[in-house]
Ligand binder design. Structure first.
Ligand code: 8YV
Length: 318
């Protein structure tokens, strides 16, 4: 049987990539000198796409033999799932393997933002300690965290917050009877009720600008926004204004609307902690994510179906 041809649209960790190459012919679109020429040559034979996002309806249209898109990431807003579903192409993502890593980073970002850890580090390096003590920060003690989007990662964040003695409330589109923490009926109601609003809702059209000027106003002048989801979930210009005007106190951001470009206004502010989208970015977790992508592809090529299909493209055995 001929070797399956796979189009790689973003980097993959070396060991899983090596395993993939042993069984498949892998064409690296990003590394190609002439991506157009590569697509024209191999596009008709490609059975699978692997990578983080970057899978538009246009790209799918260039791949007539495409069967499966294996997204390296739990969030698949960078894949046009509707275009895939319309052609019965299965989309898979990488749930579970990154949950704890992202939740750990989120707690780090929350504490760093509230206790101003990066600012304190800069203060010391700048020699300012010799002139006096670092200004006192706000506190986590006795505070309420609002989790916007209580999926797997949201729950893992909530569990960590509970261990830190924080009160927890949450909002998701659907109420969940299995959750004891208090549910609020809207993002505004959640923001009103909490001190620290943690955004962990999936990206995509359905959540665009879910955190808008009204939500930020409801969070209030002592409020802190943490975003580890997607930049698109927060109205970024509204956030910049809210931080500049003191509508909210501070923000910790791992994601941005047009990353890797970050607004100069945010970079210039002292009341924000900015990270370059590193929620899942450890060697161990990125290996596990890439390996799950390879496992999905191998299971598919074996005829056993995908391991972790997304809900929009459920797989039924023929
Ligand atoms: C990664 C993510 O940054 O899983 C996601 O949805 O955004 C992150 O874990 C991404 O997968 C890049 O590899």
């Amino acid at each position: 049987m001929s070797r399956p041809e796979v189009l790689l649209v973003s980097p993959m960790m070396p060991a899983p990539l090596q395993a993939l190459r042993r069984r498949c012919d892998v064409h690296d679109l990003r590394g190609a000198e002439d991506p157009e020429a590569l697509l024209a040559e191999v596009g008709p034979r490609v059975r699978a796409v692997a990578g983080f996002g970057g899978v538009s309806a246009g790209l799918i249209g260039r791949l007539p033999a495409l069967e499966i898109i294996a997204n390296i990431g739990v969030g698949y807003d960078g894949v046009d799932v509707a275009a895939a579903a319309a052609r019965n192409i299965v989309v898979t993502n990488t749930p579970d393997v990154l949950t704890d890593e992202v939740a750990d980073l989120t707690l780090g970002l929350l504490i760093a933002t509230v206790r101003r850890i990066p600012q304190a580090d800069r203060f010391l390096r700048d020699g300012k300690w010799l002139q006096g003590a670092f200004p006192l920060s706000a506190s986590l003690r006795g505070k309420t965290v609002g989790i916007l989007g209580l999926g797997r990662i949201g729950e893992a964040i909530a569990a960590r917050c509970a261990a830190f003695g924080l009160n927890i409330e949450w909002h998701s589109r659907r109420q969940r009877p299995d959750i004891a923490w208090r549910w609020r009926e809207s993002p505004v109601a959640l923001a009103q009720a909490c001190d620290f609003l943690i955004v962990v809702a999936p990206g995509g059209a359905g959540t665009r600008n879910l955190v808008n000027a009204d939500v930020l106003a409801a969070l209030g002048p002592q409020g802190v926004l943490i975003n580890v989801a997607r930049g698109s979930v927060v109205d970024e210009p509204a956030l910049v204004s809210a931080l500049q005007n003191g509508t909210i106190a501070a923000a910790g951001l791992d994601v941005f609307a047009d990353e890797p470009r970050v607004p100069d206004a945010l970079v210039a502010m002292d009341n924000v902690v900015l990270l370059p989208h590193v929620g899942s970015a450890s060697v161990d977790t990125r290996n596990a994510m890439s390996q799950l992508v390879v496992d999905n592809l191998f299971s598919w090529f074996d005829g056993a179906g995908p391991l972790t299909p997304v809900p929009e493209t459920p797989w039924r055995r023929a």
